[in-house]
Write a protein that binds this ligand. Structure first.
Ligand code: COI
Length: 358
């Protein structure tokens, strides 16, 4: 496998078109992207090129049988302007766990990380200056065999593009406990960051949005009482001073923000449990007055406070955001790590190496 990376830079940057004070999530794309192809059993053709369209064959297998996976990551800038990555190796490992579940080839983890360094170094000017905003990084892989028989593809494309983003949710979210549709069951593809998992979530989310909610809370277990996650993030409950998040059982995405919170909380002296949690327990805590906070956690969402959760006819109303000390502490910690304001005691923050691929 040749590890040479060709770099073709844009002739003229589009950055002048961007209003960094007002960035919508997911609509603005930086100047360059990293691309590689898998064929004949090996990844090859590593290159950084101007961001732009590419052609696809109508029979490309990803379009038919859904071999498509992705990651969501963020790059930020420290106080000195140094571009920073957050736990890139965790994302490199997770995309390969997703790949394994969908019978796709692993992408070399060192190349995944090196490509990020080179791409971010090239497009560092696209990292928004204000804390809480970031350069969102979207690595993804999909099947490209031109064939419509059902089998794993033998060829794939891997791309990383980036774009500046503001917060995913601008205000606390209203959630609906989904009692009809399911996202995933243990043994399915729920733990993989598979494009199809998100496709399946769209109709239930649309129906919930028609009723005035932002997203659904996915449920599982034999009687649909076990809480799994929210459509766009993992979920955390604070009951009587203790933080609880559903244990990953194969149906729940192993969030990297979730993992970070599970490490930060005990260090702050806050008890945290990773275990099954049922909607009945949440309702009982609400009725007893001990449900203090609910928040979502994810790369895009960071910490998104939950305002209300509808469970059938019951509307669980959470305390005012001003009283959410634990969610606020976690958000401040992650935002602070990303801006260099909070000391990185875990080696999660990786300075972008300007020498990568040079
Ligand atoms: C992320 O948090 O980065 C994700 O991939 C979730 C997606 C809904 C934006």
């Amino acid at each position: 496998m040749s590890r040479k990376v060709e770099i073709t830079k844009v002739q003229e940057s589009r950055i002048g078109e961007v209003d960094f004070a007002n960035i919508p999530f997911g609509r603005v794309f930086s100047d360059h992207m990293f691309v590689a192809e898998y064929q004949n059993g090996a990844w090859e053709n590593f290159r950084i090129v101007p961001f732009g369209h590419f052609t696809m064959h109508p029979a490309s297998m990803a379009l038919h049988y859904g071999q498509a996976i992705f990651e969501g990551m963020k790059a930020s800038k420290g106080a000195d302007g140094q571009p920073l990555l957050f736990r890139p190796e965790m994302h490199a490992q997770r995309i390969n766990r997703s790949a394994e579940r969908l019978m796709m080839p692993a992408f070399p983890e060192d190349m995944f990380v090196e490509a990020l360094h080179a791409l971010i170094d090239l497009d560092a000017a696209w990292i928004p200056p204000q804390e809480g905003s970031a350069l969102y990084l979207r690595p993804y892989m999909f099947a490209t065999d031109e064939f419509i028989g059902v089998r794993p593809s033998e060829s794939y494309k891997f791309i990383i593009f980036t774009g500046p983003v503001g917060p995913y949710y601008a205000k606390p979210v209203r959630l609906k406990v989904e009692q009809h549709y399911v996202r995933a069951v243990p043994g399915g593809t729920g733990e993989a960051k598979a494009a199809g998992n998100y496709a399946g979530s769209l109709l239930p989310a649309y129906k919930a949005q028609q009723e005035g909610f932002d997203q659904v809370v996915w449920m599982g277990g034999p009687d649909m009482k076990e809480i799994q996650e929210v459509g766009t993030m993992n979920i955390f409950f604070v009951i009587d001073g203790k933080v609880i998040t559903p244990i990953t059982d194969g149906a729940i995405l192993r969030g990297i923000t979730r993992d970070s919170f599970l490490k930060i909380l005990p260090e702050k002296g806050i008890p945290v449990e990773e275990r099954k949690i049922t909607i009945d327990e949440v309702v009982a805590a609400y009725q007893a007055g001990t449900l203090q906070e609910v928040f979502g956690a994810g790369t895009a969402a960071v910490v998104s406070h939950v305002a209300e959760i509808a469970y059938g006819d019951l509307m669980i109303k959470l305390p005012p955001v001003a009283d959410r000390k634990i969610g606020a502490m976690l958000k401040d910690y992650i935002d602070g790590l990303r801006s260099g304001r909070v000391a990185d005691t875990h080696n999660w923050i990786i300075p972008v190496n300007q020498e990568a691929l040079v």
